[in-house]
Write a protein that binds this ligand. Structure first.
Ligand code: TNX
Length: 498
C-alpha cells in the first residue's frame, strides 16, 4: 500500500526530496505577488549572492519583479538571513519558516542558505521549473522546517573521458544534482580514450589525447577558461568540483600524446575501445614525475576546493611494487600543491598520507585503507553505479556490477553493506556515471534520473526516516517537476508516476 498522495501545496510539503529532518505544517499559504521583495537581512556579499540566485530561479517562470532589497521586510516578502550561529545547524543546515505573511530562510553559512532556497523551490508549484512565464498561483504551504544533512559528502561523478560532454551539459547536470542538495561534483577528466583538460605545459595531452572517444565518436576537451567557468558554476551551487586525472593506469591518451612517457619511448596508438587495465605510466622514469608535477600544479591552480583525485584503479599493467611507489609519490605531489589526494580503493595497498581519502567501488580492496585509518567515500558499484542498466531490457548502460532498479538503488544503507565499513569511516556517498555507452545529455539524464535522486536522499536524510514505499510515493509526485525541467527520466515501472 502506498501512502496517500496529497495534492496542492500541502502535498508539496509532504513530498520533499531529500526528506528533511523536521517538518511542521502550519495553516494557510504564502503567495508570491507583484510586490514581493527578496529582503537581505544584512549587508553581506554572500547574502547578496544567495538573493541573486533565488531571483534567478524565480523570475523567469513567475514573470514577477522580485526586487532585491536591504529591507526592512514588509508583509509578503521573502527574507534571507544569517543566524548569529546555531551550532545544531552546522555548515549546511537551514531553517525555513513560511506563514501566509512571510517567508524566512536562515542558516549559519551560505551553503545552508543555498539548501533553504532549494527547499523553497520544491515547495512552489512544479511550474517554477519552467523557463518562461506561466500563469500559476505561486503558493508555498505554511510550515516550519529545520534540516541538516546526514553526510558531509554527497557526490556525483561524471566520466567525460570515455565520451566527451560539453560544458553546457556538465553545467546542466551540476544544476540538477544541486537541486537535490548534492555538494560534490567529481569530473573523471582522463582515461585511455581521452584527455579532457587543457594543460598548458603539455599541450598535446588535450590537443592529441583529447581528440578521440569511445567508438570513434567525437572527442573534445575543456580549455582552462572553460574549466574555470565550471568551477565558478559549481561554487555558486554549493558544490566542490573535484578534478580526477586517472593514474598510473587508464593513461593511454597521455601515453599516445607523449612518447617519452612510455617505458620503451614509443607512443601507442590512440584508443577507442572499452577494455581496461592495459596502460601504465613509466614508474621509474624521471620525466613521469615532471609530467605529474606540471599537471597537478596547473590543476591545483584551477581548483578552489581542497581535493585532487588521482584515480589509481585497475592498474593491471603496473606491478604491485611499482604501483605502491607511484601512489606514494603522487600523494606527495598533490600535498605539495596544498591539496588532499583522493583515490579509488586500490590505493589502500600503498602507504596513505594522513588526509588521503579512499573511494570504495568494487568492494575488493578497501580493507587496506580502513586499516590505515583513512576516511572513505562510499561508491560501491552494485548500488551506486548509475551507468549500470536498470534491468536487462535497458538499452544503454553496462551490467558488470549487475542491474540496478530504482528500488534497489534506493533500498540500502552505506552503514550496513560492507563488513568493516561503519558510519564513522564514511565521509558520505557518491554515485558514478561512467560514459562508455552514454553519448549525450539525453543518455546521461536517462541513466541518472531518477536514481540520482535516491542517492541524494541516502546522502542527506536520516536512515530511520527512509523507506522505499514512502520514497516511491514522493518520487511519483516529482514527475511533473522533472517534466518541467525537461529531464529525460526513466519512468521506472515500480513507481506510479503522476
Ligand atoms: C570500472 S570504477 C571502472 C571504470 C569503468 C566502470 C564502468 C572504476 C574505478 N573503474 O573504468 O568505466 O567500471 O562501469
Amino acid at each position: 500500500m502506498s501512502p496517500a498522495i496529497e495534492t496542492g501545496s500541502a502535498g508539496r510539503l509532504a513530498n520533499l526530496i531529500p526528506k528533511p529532518v523536521r517538518v511542521e505544517s502550519g495553516t494557510g499559504e504564502f503567495q508570491l505577488s507583484e510586490t514581493t521583495k527578496i529582503v537581505l537581512d544584512q549587508a553581506s556579499s554572500e547574502l547578496a549572492a544567495a538573493g541573486q540566485f533565488l531571483a534567478s530561479l524565480l523570475r523567469p517562470p513567475t514573470g514577477l519583479p522580485l526586487e532585491i532589497s536591504a529591507g526592512p521586510a514588509a508583509p509578503g516578502d521573502i527574507q534571507l538571513a544569517f543566524l548569529a550561529v546555531d551550532p545544531g545547524l552546522g555548515e549546511e543546515g537551514y531553517e525555513l519558516a513560511a506563514t501566509p505573511q512571510s517567508i524566512l530562510l536562515q542558516a549559519n553559512r551560505p551553503a545552508g542558505l543555498f539548501y533553504a532556497l532549494q527547499t523553497l523551490r520544491l515547495l512552489l508549484p512544479a511550474e517554477i521549473e519552467a523557463p518562461e512565464p506561466r500563469p500559476c498561483p505561486w503558493t508555498v504551504p505554511a510550515c516550519r522546517i529545520r534540516d541538516t544533512p546526514r553526510f558531509a559528502w554527497r557526490g556525483v561523478m561524471l566520466d567525460v573521458a570515455r565520451h566527451f560532454h560539453p560544458v553546457a551539459d556538465v553545467r546542466r547536470f551540476m544544476g540538477l544534482a544541486a537541486a537535490f542538495k548534492m555538494n560534490r561534483f567529481h569530473l573523471h577528466l582522463s582515461d585511455d580514450q581521452g584527455w579532457r583538460l587543457e594543460i598548458r605545459s603539455w599541450p598535446d595531452l588535450a590537443r592529441k589525447g583529447g581528440s578521440t572517444a569511445v567508438s570513434g565518436d567525437p572527442g573534445g576537451y575543456y580549455t582552462q577558461a572553460q574549466y574555470a567557468g565550471l568551477e565558478e558554476y559549481a561554487r555558486q551551487r554549493g558544490m566542490i568540483l573535484i578534478p580526477e586525472i586517472d593514474l598510473p593506469g587508464h593513461t593511454n591518451a597521455a601515453l599516445a600524446s607523449y612518447p617519452e612517457l612510455n617505458q620503451d619511448g614509443v607512443a601507442p596508438e590512440l584508443y577507442t575501445g572499452t577494455e581496461v587495465g592495459f596502460s601504465s605510466l613509466a614508474i621509474h622514469k624521471g620525466i613521469t614525475y615532471r609530467f605529474l608535477e606540471d599537471v597537478i600544479a596547473e590543476i591545483a591552480a584551477l581548483t578552489s576546493g581542497p581535493y585532487i583525485h588521482i584515480g589509481g584503479d585497475e592498474a593491471q599493467a603496473t606491478s604491485h611494487e611499482d604501483y605502491c611507489t607511484f601512489i606514494e609519490r603522487a600523494q606527495k605531489i598533490v600535498r605539495a600543491q596544498g591539496k588532499q589526494a583522493i583515490g579509488w580503493e586500490e590505493i589502500g595497498q600503498a602507504r596513505l598520507l594522513p588526509g588521503t581519502i579512499t573511494q570504495i567501488w568494487n568492494g575488493e580492496k578497501f580493507e587496506h585503507a580502513i586499516r590505515q585509518g583513512g576516511k572513505v567515500i562510499f561508491s560501491l558499484a552494485r548500488k551506486t553505479y548509475i551507468d549500470m542498466k536498470y534491468g536487462p531490457e535497458t538499452g544503454l548502460g553496462l551490467v558488470w556490477a549487475g542491474t540496478i532498479s530504482v528500488r534497489d538503488g534506493y533500498n540500502w544503507d552505506p552503514d550496513a553493506l560492507l563488513p568493516g565499513v561503519v558510519e564513522k569511516d564514511i565521509l558520505g556517498v557518491e554515485t558514478a556515471l561512467w560514459s562508455e555507452t552514454l553519448c549525450n545529455m539525453r543518455d546521461i539524464e536517462y541513466m541518472a534520473f531518477p536514481r540520482l535522486i535516491g542517492m541524494a536522499e541516502i546522502g542527506w536524510s536520516r536512515r530511520e526516516s527512509r523507506s522505499w514505499e514512502e520514497f516511491r510515493a514522493r518520487l511519483a509526485a516529482l514527475a511533473p517537476r522533472l517534466r518541467e525541467m525537461g529531464v529525460n527520466f526513466y519512468a521506472a515501472p515500480e513507481v506510479d508516476w503522476q
